[in-house]
Design a protein around this ligand. Sequence first.
Ligand code: ATP
Ligand code: SF4
Length: 266
Amino acid sequence: MSAPDSLKNVKHVILILSGKGGVGKSSITTQTALSLVLKGYKVGVLDIDLTGPSIPRMFGLEDAKIHQSTNGWVPAQYNKDLSIVSLGFLLGSKDASVVWRGPKKTAMIRQFLKDVVWPDLDYLLIDTPPGTSDEHIAIAEELQFANPEGCIIVTTPQQISISDVKKEINFCNKVNLRILGLVENMSGFICPHCAECTNIFSSEGGKNLASQLSLKYLGAIPIDPLFVEMIETQKGSSLLDSYENSRLYLESFKPIIDGVLEEVGK
Ligand SMILES: Nc1ncnc2c1ncn2[C@@H]1O[C@H](COP(=O)(O)OP(=O)(O)OP(=O)(O)O)[C@@H](O)[C@H]1O
Ligand code: SF4
């Protein structure tokens, strides 16, 4: 089976997965997208977290709409290098939520995969719902046709338990999805007053876990209140400029994106 026509202009597809909700999957998707754009790549983001689509808010695109052309849905543009599709764009209000059963969600995801007219992209990042339900397996099976490059698993120090990450590994094995590596989010806290990073929970947990499970450890991201402020106050090119000069990017995410690109190149 070949990739849907809508993905024929996409070079690499990467999924972002997490065992639980709220661990920062959408933030990591956002930072991956911004970092790849800063490196000169053309990037698309597909938000299939149907129960809580937070990607529009992260990119300041709450009022954006995707529209139907004769060929399919046309993504919203964050800028000329970054195209975005989220169910959030189809919901009437930003507070609206989707309460659908599995088959309807899967049908919607299939439609997203088949009917979006992506421009030429180096990377398509897919922000998935948390967990590893049957619905996930259906999503990943559908994505097999897109020949995904692999996935990034996001966890937090609180969530660092072998069982959670093992569930993700089992899922990836089941659907034959390569794991590019593990990111530990919310690892330590950067004080907004003195910029000192304090490890609230034990440090090196993610690194030890990755080595125990023979996964590549991509790196850790601290809780940085400046990131939340940046997302809330800066849009478009000003967000890219601020992010490029932020400590979060320079010290934490830049090595992570380099690790991801190294894996993709293998
Ligand atoms: N490293 C970080 N520093 C500061 N805030 C963060 C960080 N990571 C995530 N957050 C914040 O935590 C909240 C939850 O993050 P996010 O929406 O990315 O999680 P998620 O795993 O995608 O959640 P969901 O399962 O609901 O989709 C957001 O408000 C986000 O801005
Ligand atoms: S890290 Fe330093 S500036 Fe920040 S709250 Fe603690 S003592 Fe105060």
